[in-house]
Design a protein around this ligand. Structure first.
Ligand SMILES: *Cc1c(COP(=O)(O)O)cnc(C)c1O
Length: 355
């Protein structure tokens, strides 16, 4: 049912991509006088006088091994945000095509669509943040190219029902992007293992959350070889820089350390959840499969402002559809969480004097 050529914007199918020096000659041996690089490099910071591998081959091999997938099904971007943008520009004609989102969800989907003048259709989650598959399927039109499924979802923290995600992938003739930024914290399995069954599935992950490398900017995209080839066609030639490639290679060897941190964050999350529930202002702490908690509170906006005064910065989702009166709180270290709780308790005990 999924027709890749129909999904892609026609001019991109025809596009002759930019050929970098490293595309024209792929070997590693020889004297390189082809890219106008400086032949001298700093003794302290070697290699950076040369352009990086445009296809990040070594890094992709390593990621492919960790994810148990062929390297030809991996695309890397300058953060997942670049991957989201490239997928939209690959398929959606401005002022004509559409993407579907399920609010409340990650804000970048809409912003990226707005920048590219792509219409956004909405099929909101239920009050309990569950996916409404029938509504999603009814909302698709002939111009809908992408359906964003964020699981675990930001800012609600919950995973969406896997069988419902399957139903959408199976019934949609566009591409379903399953955004798994928080998958390492979740009890649910990644959709990467279904790539071989669905040509219209794209999974995105990131080094920014569980891997603790938000500053590096490395987004990972897993999809069919054909979709990866098209992404390569339109990406900026050197979109993942040399420093990121090197440090990512090194950090990805530290799987045990990452796993340990994930376990630590999960237990800190459970303690934080328990402690937050003791605070009278807190009406509800939503179930979380991520490294943050969505917390419903009386006077959320005032609490948010008070916390800022106390130099504790959380995210207010108080004015967002379906998360009214909610704050989104990342799980910090034990000390950071204590400071948050102290500030909240101070607010509760002194609020009559404060407001
Ligand atoms: C944090 C986050 C990302 C990661 O974005 P990067 O650009 O890779 O840092 C992607 N999707 C969601 C839902 C997120 O919350």
């Amino acid at each position: 049912m999924f027709n890749l050529q129909k999904w892609i914007r026609p001019h991109i199918w025809e596009l002759k991509p930019y050929a970098s020096a490293r595309d024209e000659y792929e070997g590693t041996e020889g004297i390189f006088l082809d890219a106008n690089e400086n032949p001298f490099c700093s003794k302290d910071i070697p290699r950076f006088n040369r352009y990086p591998d445009p296809y990040q081959r070594e890094l992709k091999q390593q990621i492919a091994q960790i994810k148990n997938i062929d390297a030809s099904k991996v695309f890397l971007g300058n953060g997942s945000d670049e991957v989201i943008d490239l997928l939209m520009r690959l398929s959606c004609a401005p002022l004509k095509d559409e993407v579907l989102i399920m609010p409340p969800t990650y804000g970048m989907y809409r912003v990226c669509a707005d920048i590219n003048q792509i219409n956004v259709l909405e099929a909101p989650l239920t009050e309990d943040f569950a996916l409404q598959t029938d509504l999603v399927l009814r909302t698709f039109t002939a111009h809908t190219k992408i359906c964003f499924v964020c699981s675990p979802n930001n800012p609600t923290g919950n995973v969406l029902e896997a069988s419902e995600i399957h139903r959408i992938i199976q019934s949609f003739d566009g591409v379903v992007i399953v955004d798994e930024a928080y998958i390492d914290f979740a009890r649910q399995e990644s959709f990467v293992k279904y790539l071989h069954s669905y040509p219209n599935l794209v999974v995105i992950q990131t080094l920014s959350k569980a891997w603790g490398m938000a500053g590096l900017r490395l987004g990972m995209c897993f999809a069919s070889e054909e979709i990866i080839r098209l992404l390569n066609k339109i990406k900026p030639p050197y979109n993942v820089n040399q420093a990121t490639q090197e440090i990512a290679l090194e950090s990805l060897t530290k799987t045990a350390e990452k796993e340990e941190q994930v376990q630590q964050i999960l237990s800190l999350r459970e303690k934080l959840k328990h402690d937050l529930k003791q605070i009278s202002e807190v009406e509800m702490v939503y179930p979380s499969d991520a490294n943050f908690l969505l917390v419903k509170m009386a006077h959320a906006e005032k609490v948010y402002q008070y916390l800022i005064q106390q130099k504790v910065i959380v995210r207010s989702r108080a004015n967002v559809q379906l998360t009214k009166d909610c704050l989104r709180i990342s799980v910090g270290t034990a000390e950071e969480n204590e400071q948050l709780l102290t500030a909240l308790n101070t607010y509760v005990h002194h609020k009559s004097a404060l407001v």
